[in-house]
Design a protein around this ligand. Structure first.
Ligand SMILES: [Zn+2]
Length: 455
């Protein structure tokens, strides 16, 4: 069901997949991807006490830093931190994930969304499954400290294993802030439990351990204890390290001592520079994304080539993700009354077909709305039709796409109303439309059907 899933097997095939970029590799100094970002929704603003930051605002900050894309981690879990004592935390979590999806979709060329939930909530697994079906949302963010989780508690461990099993089943990557709440009960032991009991639940997904093993800012001995476990595992070629990555989000600040910086460089080399991902977090060191990268680049004593590798690292979940822009930003089908009365999955690569298809969609509408201009030398259009339904409440949505080389897999979600839903009695013919970068190879559709219950 996830955009990445149909191509998971293809990752084993050696293939060359390149994205055009501004200049020669050596000239690039900024990271391609900021792997650890958050937004500040209207609901999160009073909690985090930071100014509102929507998707467009983040994109402007990325532009200023010369960074192409960012992984946006929903803070849905934050509303279910029981210390905050919020009423109806599960609803707030859902709303935060929905809002994050909406912002990601509006900036689909630049942002990739991860879902957030507190795994200790009974509703968490259901919510993560639901959220992974939202447009633009492809992964899961876990925050052990915020959620009150410690892997040393067997009940918590079972819960985390369930989340990773879900991630494995849906082929959704996971980014995990592993430090336990307060941080006093956290260290090498936790990293070992993670490696022994959690990673084996999810062999085929990419896992990002955030903040160099623990938390940020800084790199205190606790981080290094944890990184020491992963470094040793890498050095003994532990197969469980195969899909593990480490982000450095907000760890490296101007306060870092040369000794700490040397230790960070050593651990980065031990786990391998290919596993290290750059990230900024909400409050980037130095006050801006670009400044934070400058501080990292000039503080950690790695070679220019090693820095370049970190800047260029792309996980599969980014590499194979194809930005899809739906013609309607809201999470509803593009049209509910269309001239497409039969189910269809169509890829349009030329203006003539686009024109006749548009006319067909609006055959009963006068005047026909203006047809969006598409540059078919660079783009193509995907049109999916559900077919005629006997009532309202049915939808079809293009959720995302992934691809390798010329081939593309498009994730499509068909939604039916639950039995308790009150629906309009008129016939509907839902259609969804999205534009995406042109690929001339084979297009497949990964279908996902769901029933939307009404309470
Ligand atoms: Zn974060």
């Amino acid at each position: 069901m996830k955009p990445s899933s149909p191509f998971a097997a293809l990752l084993l095939v050696a293939a060359c997949f390149t994205t055009p970029r501004a200049g020669p590799l050596s000239a690039r100094v900024a990271p391609l991807v900021d792997y650890h970002q958050h937004l500040v929704s209207p609901a999160f603003e009073p909690i985090v006490k930071l100014p509102r930051r929507d998707g467009a605002a983040l994109v402007r900050e990325l532009d200023a830093a010369g960074i192409e894309r960012a992984v946006v981690l929903s803070v849905g879990y934050s509303f279910a931190d029981e210390r905050k004592g919020l009423t109806d935390p599960d609803r707030l979590t859902r709303e935060e994930n929905d809002w994050t999806s909406g912002e990601v979709v509006k900036n689909a060329r630049r942002l990739i969304g991860f879902c957030g939930a507190n795994p200790l909530r009974p509703a968490a697994l259901q919510e993560l499954g639901r959220c992974l079906g939202l447009p633009g949302m492809i992964g899961i963010k876990l925050h052990f400290g915020n959620a009150g989780i410690t892997l040393r508690d067997p009940a918590h461990l079972v819960r985390i294993q369930q989340v990773f099993a879900l991630a494995q089943r849906l082929r959704a990557p996971v980014l995990v802030h592993m430090r336990a709440r307060g941080g006093t009960n956290y260290g090498a032991e936790d990293a070992q439990i993670f490696l022994d009991k959690v990673v084996p639940m999810a062999r085929d997904i990419e896992i990002v351990v955030a903040h160099l093993g623990a938390s940020s800012p800084g790199y205190p001995p606790q981080n290094d204890e944890v990184m020491g476990v992963f470094a040793a595992a890498t050095e003994r070629k532990d197969p469980r390290m195969a899909n593990l990555y480490f982000d450095v989000a907000a760890n490296v600040t101007t306060e870092m001592t040369p000794a700490e910086a040397a230790l960070v460089a050593q651990r980065i080399r031990q786990v391998g520079t290919r596993r290290v991902l750059y990230g900024s977090d909400l409050s980037a060191p130095g006050g801006s994304i670009g400044k934070g990268w400058e501080i990292f680049r000039t503080t950690i004593p790695l070679t220019a080539a090693e820095m370049q590798q970190i800047a260029n690292n792309r996980t599969s979940f980014v590499r194979y993700n194809i930005p899809v822009v739906r013609l309607r930003a809201e999470p509803y089908s593009f049209e509910y009354n269309s001239g497409l009365s039969s189910a269809a999955r169509l890829v349009v690569r030329d203006a003539g077909v686009w024109q006749s298809l548009w006319t067909q969609i609006y055959q009963q509408r006068f005047p026909v709305p203006a047809r969006p201009a598409i540059d078919f030398s660079r783009e193509m259009v995907v049109v999916v039709a559900l077919g005629t339904r006997s009532s309202g409440g049915y939808s079809i949505l293009i959720d995302g796409a992934s691809g390798e080389g010329a081939n593309v897999a498009i994730a499509v979600r068909s939604i039916a109303p639950g039995q308790k839903c009150g629906v309009t009695a008129a016939l509907t013919q839902p259609v969804d439309i999205a534009r995406m970068p042109r690929r001339d190879g084979k297009v497949s559709f990964a279908e996902h059907a769901e029933v939307k219950e009404c309470n």
